[in-house]
Structure formats: C-alpha cells, structure tokens
Design a protein around this ligand. Sequence first.
Ligand code: CTP
Ligand code: MG
Length: 553
Amino acid sequence: IDKLCLGLEPQTQVRFTSTTSAIKAQTKNKTAKAAKESKTFQVIQEERREEAERSVLISCPPKINENKFLDYLSKHGTINKHFFYNSYGAYAVVEFSSRESIASLKESTNIPAVEHEAAVPFKSRLLSLKWPGSQSSNHPMPKLKEQSPPSINEITQLLSEKDTIDEQLHCLTETLQLTEENISLRFLVCSLLRDIAGAYFPECVIRPFGSSVNSFGKLGCDVDMILDLDGIYATSQKKGSGLSLEYQVKRGASERAVTQSILSVIGKCVDQFGPGCVGVQNILQARCPLVRFAHQPSGFQCDLTANNRVAMKSSELLFLYGQLDPRVRHLVFSVRCWARAHSITSSIPGAWITNFSLTVMVVFFLQQRNPPILPTLDRLKELAGPSDKCVIEGNDCTIVSDLSKITLQQNTDTLEKLLQEFLEFYGNFPFNKASINIRKGKEQSKPETTALYIQNPFETTLNISKNVNATQLERFVALCRESAWLLQQKEILKQSSDSPWGFTALLLPSVTSGAGVKSRRKRKLEPASSRIKNLLDSLKIKGGETVAKKGSA
Ligand code: CTP
Ligand code: MG
C-alpha cells in the first residue's frame, strides 16, 4: 500500500559526486564524520538543519553537463556540496555556503507557464532545470549512487562471501545504513516542508526524528517529522517590567484538539500547494495525530506530527546508545533485518512488533550482559549535567548529552555470541509475567495483561508494544528459538560461498512460519531428532528457492 501511494520504483537510485576528486571527497567525509561524532545529538541535528536551509532540490534533464550546471548555479554563490540521484528522473541536491544564494537563485527563477491548467504560484526550493536545445552527449555523466536498500537476494550474496558471522553483521550494517547524502536529503525534505508550514507559523521548525536520526535507519525507511512550534512560545516568554502585551488567540478544547486543527490545515496546504507532495492523508484520530504523504522527488514516505517532543527525546536516547558501542548498531541492524525477512515486522500498521520495539529489546538485552554492554537509562540520568535537564509534559526526560562522561565496562563478546544469546534470551523470556524496562535495566512485573509489555523510556506509564497480540508474540518467540537452534548447528556455521551460511541461513524461510496453531502442536510431538533432520533438509531444498522468492529486505 505504501509503495503504491508513493509511486516508488523498487530500484530508485541515488548517486553522489563531488567537485573534487573521489579520494579527496572520501577523506573530507571521514574528517567531517569524525568531527560530527564528538558533537552532541542536538548540535548535529542543528548543523544538518542549517545545511538544509541553504540547499535546493533541482529536477534535471536526463543528460546533464555537470560542469555547466555548476557554473550556472555558482553565479549565485559558492557551492559547498552537491550530489545527483535518480528518482523517476535525475535530481540534484545543491548546498550553497550562504542563504543569500538561495534568495538570489529564487529571484532568477520563473513560475512556469502552464498550458490548459493553471499553476499555484508557490515559490519553493524544489526547482526544475530547463536546458535550451539538445545537449552534446560527449561530456561525462554525473555519477549516481544507490539510495534504496539492496534486495534480500543481493544481501545474501554479499554476506555469503564473508569469512565470519561478525564480518557478515558488519557488512550488513554498512550496506543497509543511511548514507550521508540520504540523511541530507531527509533534512532537505523537512526544510522544504517547513517553508509551507512557515506561511502560518514563521518561527516553526520541522525536524526529522525516529530512524532518520537515531542511527538505526535503513535506506528506504520513512521520514518521521515533528512540527516544532516551541520557538513561538520562547519569544512570548520574554517579559519586561510593567506593561506587557499578549496576542489574542483562538482557543481549542485541549492541546490535542489544537494539534489536530494545526495539522489539518497544514495537511491541506501540503496537499494543495506543496510541490511534489502526493497522497496526503490526515490521520488525526491516532494517539499521536499525523499527516501522511509521499514526497515524490525524494521518494520518501513522510509522517508529519506536532507536539511530540518526547519522541524526539527517545530518538536522542537511541542515538546515544548506538554511539556507545559499535556492536549495538550491528546487532540492531541484524535483528531488524532478520525480523523483516520473517515478516515479524511489517510496513503496514497492525499487531506486529515494530522496529522501535525491537531496538529497545536489543538495548535491554545488552544491559543484561555480564558485564553489561549498555548502561541503564537511570544511570544516563544520574550522569546528566544541569544543562541536560529536560521535563516534557511532566515526564522527566533528562539524559546525559556528553558521551565522554559515560564509563563502559569491559565486555569483549563477539557479535556472533551476542546474536546467539539475544535469540536464546527472548526465546525463553517470561513474557507472560515480566515487562522490559530499559530505565531500570531489569525485567519488572507486568502492570497489565497485554501480550508484550515494553515500558516507554520516558512516558513510563505507556507500553510501546501495546499493539502486539499474542499470536505475533508467539511467532517471535518461536522464531527466536528456531534461529537460536540453527546457529548451534555445525552445518550452518560452515563458511560456504555457494549456499547460505551463518547469518544468511537465519534469513531463510522458517519451518514454523505460516503454520497454524494446529500444526505447531503436532510438531511439538515430533522427536527432536526428526525435527532437526527436517529442518536441515528443508534448508538444503530452500536455499536457492528463498532467494528467488523474496522481494526486497
Ligand atoms: N515512538 C514512540 N512510541 C511508539 C512508537 C514510536 O515513542 N509506540 C517514537 C520513537 O521515537 C520512534 C519514532 O516514534 O523512533 C518513530 O516511530 P516509527 O516510525 O514507528 O519507528 P522508527 O524508529 O522510525 O523505525 P522505522 O525504521 O520502522 O520507521
Ligand atoms: Mg520511522
């Protein structure tokens, strides 16, 4: 459904080029990355937001002379960075070094003359390049870099060539994670949206949250956005002595009602005036009201929410956990990929476990290692300085922002061991009576009878996996057990370049998948030895077939 309303091509391509040589660009990227790593989450977000405000998105003709293109744009100012990608045609993201360049560029840009129809004269930073006459084809084509994730087929192939499971899991993260360019594009789309919302609320900011910024995002994941109106309140709090003025305002019945009304108007505006925005749906009755739409030029599915500061804080928390130890991201990427391959997670909302829940489950598991790999949320709060203090709607969301204050314990477990133990841990977790609580880093007794209870890290009375039903939890547990068992088999651990082994063997269809409760009962009666034999046989048969059957990861 998501793909249909997006009109997405499965193999959308994005490529990155630099005006300097490839090596120079790589070195620069690494330095920039290293510099970014020592910055706090807020600083990184702010820098990227500011870069996006100095950027434009340009639809280009199929054959483009890159030098001429850059020369033309440089008349408006210095270009810091640019890259090309393909999404139903070529597009370029161009970042200028100053915002004045955008004003100058816009001044020389025309509203198109439209035949038979009429244009909405909204001047955005989504532009189209018109190239007069035919271009000569003897100039080099700009390079384009993949933007969508590789198919499960390609992943299986790539991982089969590795030597150890640890290498496989490193490779998986590198292949699936968001690229620098893809992150820039996400921030640019938020910034383009901000220009629309800014017509009503000039001080507003639209910020990405969730997997676009928490370091666990996979190429192709949705862009979750927050319409942040805090800047408006900040100004109104500056009180002088004596006389003061107040704005006359309309009132709504509740915060929620006001959020719904703001989002419905902005949703309408995005629908009618937002270039490139299609399939706009107002989903205002949800617990967290949102406007969903597809941004065609970037190929992103977007969810715009408002008044959702806690979610931004949980993105920061996950980002922080991801930075503390590289094994965190590798384990999260592998668990998410494994869960998706077995339809434990889905892009359609429903009673499934979500990626967010899975990530919190990985964090909880890593807090339980001996010695622990990750600190508890309470510990992150203890380490916070005065400037880290953060209370949102009565919830204490304080966490340390300076990573150097966190001391980690020595734990040298390999990824293979951690994956194996993750599967065993959740294959045997007492879900019926215990809840998952990363604040305490210990299981707690379950406050209600939902199948899966994972305490929301900041809104501690909420369960982030309330939607999960018993059947979905059973499927997850059964798969954990089966995969844990598979990882113990010598045949699976043997490196092989022509059949799935190691992690890729865990992506093959499960023998328990699709089976109803009845057949599961029957299987329990089979002796263990015959189950093992059947499973190994089915693996041998299914090796080739799986790869052909599965679509994208
Ligand atoms: N969130 C939350 N409580 C939930 C669901 C979501 O607080 N019950 C917040 C989390 O911060 C989460 C963000 O909303 O990261 C976005 O939710 P979602 O898009 O479902 O998860 P992502 O982490 O973005 O993962 P995905 O790649 O599947 O989009
Ligand atoms: Mg998301």
